[in-house]
Design a protein around this ligand. Sequence first.
Ligand SMILES: [Zn+2]
Length: 114
Amino acid sequence: MMEKKQEMMQQRREAGSIATHFPEVASIDMDMTYNQKGTKSIRRTFHFSPSSYAFFIVNCLRKDCVDGGFDLTQVITTMIRNHRVEVKGVLSCKGTDSSTNHSDIVYEVSIQYT
Ligand SMILES: [Zn+2]
């Protein structure tokens, strides 16, 4: 598991900054509500500034989730390409281990442009 985490941090560093990839973006806010069977939903918010890493993958709530998580990269790059300011949607964890405890998220992304 440790290796997996380091791998993800490595990917993050290699992603480069938002300013490099998307110079027209002033800030990005991600509002996620995690829904996991049997537990209360959890809300997390993420804020990205131009100096943040352009890395939009969020972990699953299940600690030992294998190859899971939520990849918002496609959502965000599509939004920027179309100059959308707000998008809502739902994603399910794509974890490949057999457990049923993976989470679903409802996301709300808003982007401010320069
Ligand atoms: Zn998962």
